[in-house]
Design a protein. Sequence first.
Length: 604
Amino acid sequence: MNFGGKVRDRLSRLTQQRHNRPRTQTVVDVLAWVVAIPVATLLRFPSPAETNWSIGVWVVGAVVSAQIILGLGLGLYRRRLRRGGSEELLRVATVALFIGVALGIVVRTDFGSGIRYSVPALAPYFAGAIMVGSRVLWIRSIRRQRQLETSTPLLVVGAGDAGYSAVRLMLDDVRTPYHPVGLVDDDPLKANLRLLGVPVLGTVPELEKAIEKSGARAVLFAIPSADIDLVRFVDAVVAECQIPLFTLPPVTKLFATLSLTDIRPVTESDLLGRPTSEIDTEALASLISGKRVMVTGAGGSIGSELCRQLFRYEPSALIMVDHDESLLVDVQLSLEGRALLDDPNLVLADIRDAVRVEEIFERYRPEIVFHAAALKHLTLLERFPREAWMTNVMGTIHVLRAAQRSGVTTFVNISTDKAADPKSVLGSSKRITERLTAHFAEATGMKYVSVRFGNVLGSRGSVLTIFKKQSELGGPLTVTDPGVTRYFMTVQEATRLTAFAGAIGSPGEVLVLDMGAPVRIADVARRFARQYSPELPVVFTGLRVGEKMHESLFSETEHDLRPVHPLVSHVPVPPLSPEAIGFEGGELTDPIKGAHFLNSVATS
């Protein structure tokens, strides 16, 4: 065992044998004066030959005796005081000051004529510093030992500023549930260095070896600016070691003081593979503030989050429309903290009802509309295509026509990546809504646009929500095909893009978010499965009717143009009039024509 290990073991034994502490502290205090008096003497007379050491011996003896007597009288050696507490440190300082004053008085008498003036002037400060310092070190060693016994050993990935802050936090805060045992970094030049005494054990590719060497039971990823490949590599290694992985806030948030609550488990959104999109909040505020805004499908995953974000920009009215009364309860509760359903801006209605939709627009006269109401589950719509037609297509026509008649200036239709070269009823119905929106943009000359994005993390019925439910039930986790991939984004990003589209879109366009690299669904399933013991099985069920192996954000005829924002593409869409699909005079006059259009010519 090395010297450092022996010292730690000795400290551990001392802290565990509490009855030794008063005796040990007495010895330390005595040695403090034995050191302080000669040092103070030599500071006045650097040459030992000029000093009368026989006088120094009896001075040391007298002072040591006084220290023990006063210390016992004040309870310093009787375990009456809280170790390292302010009261104990104050009494230590009081003893040192009293002895210093006594020495000063003695020096002025004939009896103390041989004592140098530097002794009463300096020795109490030196001795007091040693006595106080020993107590502080003692209590810190006890706290450190308790921390080592009760906290989880943690390896930090990243020896930069974020890693330094995290290590310092864990070393300084005795309440931390973790203690750092090592670091790795993507810079090989940092190997074998130490950060606040914690060793850098190698590079990131050596992570598994570092975990084994350090005995870490958790890993903290502390490279906020890392690319996604590095994040996924660390996630895979840590998952293989069957220990938890934690991360820190994004680099833009690290200028604030780091706290223990900032260390959180890695989520699926951390593994999306692209930077979080930032939007121009001033442009969005100027669009929304003081305006009458309507959201259809306000109780859904996208609609409710959209309402929460729009609410912050203080519209003059936020009209929330949904056909599900229970969802309206939830959205009012999230906005106002109450659910009395007495807000006149909560509207219960179905967009399939053209007359009801006209009534709502006539009453509320919205200036801006976000159209989120839709059916979205691919497999069910393959089985019941008429429902897709009635809600997604006819319902959208009802809303668009009512918007046109009431003078809506900005209309944002929410679409899906399945509308690009659609192969499903869902995709075809949403492609039609994009083209219908483009037609009404052309007819009104107003900013009528669509937004297109992929799967939304945390939305109802999303694959991640399903995996969580299946995990809670004990599995298995079901995936259609080992190679199937999908695009993902967070619900906050999806709603920000939807709102931002109204500010930057041009009439008739579809706005598409750069969603980075698609994610393999089987990899996500295995990540969920590894969180359980025993590991949950993953079962492959085969692609369903209408499903693609890989989704695309653009059709073969569309081009990726980004004239306004580096992460938002603008795609022109050919307009499609309601009459072209058999919709005339507010009614579907030719349902067969509409059904054929849904199935065959949505992309023409």
